[in-house]
Write a protein that binds this ligand. Structure first.
Ligand SMILES: [Zn+2]
Length: 87
């Protein structure tokens, strides 16, 4: 990290890991318009084990500098193309 940069830690409480992951995805997507937002770097942790972080998004590098927006550990290929019904 370059000098002069800071990271915002925004504690949000959830009952369990799946709920925390869902909440983190919703918050990240809702705030994605903010400059400086690094949604792919979003992690969640248990309150009493904050050094153990769980990635929220896959974030694998795709072509053209894009990153996979699907949840971490997802099934199937990264950023699977969405097909219209009937295609
Ligand atoms: Zn992926």
């Amino acid at each position: 990290m370059s000098p002069g940069r800071f990271v915002v830690h925004l504690p949000v409480v959830a009952a369990d890991l799946p709920a925390a992951l869902r909440l983190a995805r919703a918050i990240t997507r809702a705030l994605g318009f903010l400059p400086g937002m690094d949604g792919g770097g979003t992690t969640v942790s248990a309150e009493d084990a904050q050094g153990v972080r769980h990635w929220v998004f896959c974030d694998r590098l795709l072509g053209g500098g894009r990153r996979c927006p699907r949840p971490a550990g997802h099934d199937g290929p990264c950023d699977a193309p969405r097909r219209a019904p009937g295609e």
